[in-house]
Design a protein around this ligand. Structure first.
Ligand code: ATP
Ligand code: MG
Length: 225
């Protein structure tokens, strides 16, 4: 198993009462699987992805990524583990506003020492692959939303992670760009990478081996296609 989420729950403090965003969720995702998560707005999809991505500690339950419980690590070690192992595409992208596309895509390399020239070549290849070559020196504010989304995907792939977690990664893309991105993720999975996507996009679901349905923070009946 590349990703195991065991009996995970997470509540957020609310003004009146706490909100249970994820309620006793368990998932197992094997290496090389391409899995989609679907469910209505507010059902806990982004929260679950953050928990799986070592970015949000659950209140209870255990997460294992490539056999490691990231929340058992101290914050610095966890950040290094995350940078090497997980590529995360946030629903709101979270690009660094004062960095160019190239520097945003290169940012994850800061946490993983490597050959600077090779890393830069890889960044430029990803930028080209996602059709952003003529935007590589632009800051995010000068990009369209879909261009930002593609930059966020390129950044997630820079460190050649084992697991890609992406939150609605085709939500702002036209058909052609969405197909290109999904094709890339499908290749990534064929090459042994593992993909977990939150998506409402039928084309993304078509690539998925399995769809996990969330409802009110809980896993509903999984559909195997
Ligand atoms: N930081 C937070 N503080 C308080 N409540 C939050 C926080 N983040 C999310 N929530 C609440 O937790 C629930 C689940 O939110 P989440 O963002 O995981 O849903 P989602 O399924 O990703 O929705 P969408 O499809 O709209 O992106 C919602 O009721 C939301 O209001
Ligand atoms: Mg969300």
């Amino acid at each position: 198993m590349l990703l195991q989420v065991n009996n995970v729950s997470k509540s957020y403090a609310g003004a009146q009462s706490s909100i249970c965003a994820v309620n006793n969720v368990s998932l197992q995702i094997s290496k090389g699987e391409f899995v989609a998560v679907q469910g209505p707005s507010g059902c806990g999809k982004s929260t679950l992805l953050l928990i799986a991505g070592a970015l949000l500690k659950p209140d209870s339950g255990v997460v294992l990524v490539d056999g490691q419980d990231p929340y058992a690590l101290n914050p610095d070690t966890r950040a290094g583990f995350r940078a090497r192992t997980i590529g995360f595409v946030f629903q709101q992208f979270h690009l660094v506003p004062y960095l160019s596309v190239l520097d945003n895509v290169l940012a994850p390399a800061l946490a993983v020492p490597g050959n600077a020239a090779e890393t830069r070549d890889r960044a430029l290849q990803l930028i080209e692959r996602f059709g952003l070559s003529d935007r590589s020196q632009h800051v995010p504010a000068k990009l369209s939303t879909g261009e930002r989304q593609r930059a966020a995907m390129a950044r997630a792939l820079l460190n050649q992670p084992k697991l890609i977690l992406a939150d609605e990664p085709t939500g702002n893309l036209d058909h052609q760009n969405a197909d290109a991105l999904l094709g890339y993720l499908a290749e990534f999975a064929i090459g042994g990478g593992t993909v977990l996507l939150v998506t409402h996009d039928d084309r993304a679901v078509a690539h998925a081996k399995r769809v996990i349905h969330l409802q009110h923070g809980e896993v509903a009946e999984p559909i195997v296609s």
